[in-house]
Design a protein around this ligand. Structure first.
Ligand code: GAR
Length: 188
């Protein structure tokens, strides 16, 4: 059984979708750990409800990124984690995790990359008045949303769409796409 760690910073709806897919037998994996850089984020409560251990930290408490990433790496080793799944983790990954987990870190982003990388991809798409945006799952490298693309799915934007309605459409796709892409990646 492949062991995954999910990194999140916010609500954790993708964390939940992945955990639910495992429970439903649609994803053969064990969610061994939640890593969260925002004490108080709702994803932590979700992990507690699912009895999944959480490593929660405050980046400002550390002198450098490599200090907290070394601590995360120790945790991942202790739990024998094979694969890292970023699900709304709003931080770049540094060498201390990229090197040991080369080719084994994936991210989900709410746009059709390479369009609208970085923060607030949904707001960026609305401001650009494009007719279509979407969801991308990609391997993680040192850049901001730049690694090789694994899967993309588009979402049309209608004139009536608000940030909330577009986010809902995008997240519905994310919650289906992420578990199914992970199943293929982990078992190919
Ligand atoms: C997701 O929509 C994800 O695509 C996005 O954050 C949201 C997290 O939602 N990620 C990024 O913008 C990464 N650049 P969640 O906490 O409910 O899963």
């Amino acid at each position: 059984m492949k062991k995954i760690a999910i990194f999140a910073s916010g609500s954790g709806s993708n964390f939940q979708a992945i955990v639910d897919a495992v429970k439903a037998g649609k994803l053969d994996a064990e969610v061994s750990l939640l890593v969260c850089d925002k004490p108080g984020a709702f994803c932590i409560e979700r992990a507690q409800n699912e009895r999944i251990p959480a490593f929660v930290f405050t980046p400002k408490d550390y002198a450098a990124k490599s200090d907290y990433e070394t601590e995360i790496y120790e945790k991942l080793k202790e739990l024998d984690v094979d694969f890292i799944v970023l699900a709304g983790y709003m931080r770049l990954i540094g060498e201390d995790l990229l090197t040991p987990y080369e080719g084994k870190i994936v991210n989900i982003h709410p746009s059709l990359l390479p369009a609208f990388p970085g923060k607030d991809a949904i707001g960026q798409a609305l401001a650009a008045k494009v007719k279509e945006t979407g969801v991308t799952i990609h391997f993680v490298d040192a850049g901001m949303d730049t690694g090789p693309i694994i899967a993309r799915q588009s979402v049309s934007i209608s004139q009536n769409d608000t940030r909330e309605s577009l986010q809902t459409k995008i997240q519905e796709i994310e919650h289906q796409l992420y578990p199914s892409v992970l199943q293929k990646l982990l078992h190919s």
